[in-house]
Design a protein. Structure first.
Length: 88
């Protein structure tokens, strides 16, 4: 049981880093901002929207990360985004 308290998700929950807004799970970034936690089923849509969308013109990995980081979060998002862009 003690070792479970060291899990990142449990620590984050205990530290009040996650909360609900209008039924959506959010991660607290600081006292004034929060990121929407993306459901696993929606990750591919987020990646497509922020990288493949015609008006974004396949932005660089850094620029895409910057955009995603401003509104969304999910576990290992940076790794998944890098893998997605590398197959583009």
């Amino acid at each position: 049981m003690e070792s479970q308290l060291e899990e990142p998700w449990l620590r984050a929950y205990k530290d009040n880093k996650f909360f609900l807004i209008d039924g959506l799970l959010n991660q607290r970034e600081n006292h004034t901002s929060a990121l929407t936690v993306v459901e696993r089923d929606h990750i591919s849509l987020i990646l497509q929207e922020f990288h493949d969308c015609p008006y974004r013109r396949h932005m660089s990995e850094d620029r895409t990360k910057e955009r995603v980081a401003s509104i969304a979060w999910w576990p290992k998002w940076e790794q998944e985004l890098s893998e997605y862009i590398s197959t583009c």
